[in-house]
Ligand binder design. Structure first.
Ligand SMILES: Nc1ncnc2c1ncn2[C@@H]1O[C@H](COP(=O)(O)OP(=O)(O)OP(=O)(O)O)[C@@H](O)[C@H]1O
Ligand SMILES: [Mg+2]
Length: 56
């Protein structure tokens, strides 16, 4: 199992966005992916844009 950490002190620099991008790329590569979001902002949870892709 790979655990990727996207870390920077700067807020709003794209960490959550990049996490979703990497997750989608991994899914496309046949990997099983889980994103565990601990941030109460819920940036990833709130992403509901239709992707036109069979994966959630
Ligand atoms: N490569 C990019 N190009 C343009 N806008 C981007 C890019 N990556 C992220 N954004 C936008 O920047 C904003 C902040 O992105 P994001 O929420 O991913 O940052 P974050 O580092 O996770 O923030 P936080 O520190 O609050 O958790 C969002 O509006 C997102 O859509
Ligand atoms: Mg974030």
């Amino acid at each position: 199992m790979y655990v990727l950490c996207l870390v920077t002190q700067k807020g709003g620099s794209g960490k959550s966005t990049l996490a979703v991008g990497i997750a989608v790329a991994a899914l496309g590569n046949g990997e099983r992916v889980a994103i565990v979001e601990a941030d109460p902002q819920g940036t990833i949870l709130k992403r509901k844009e239709p992707r036109g892709h069979p994966h959630p």
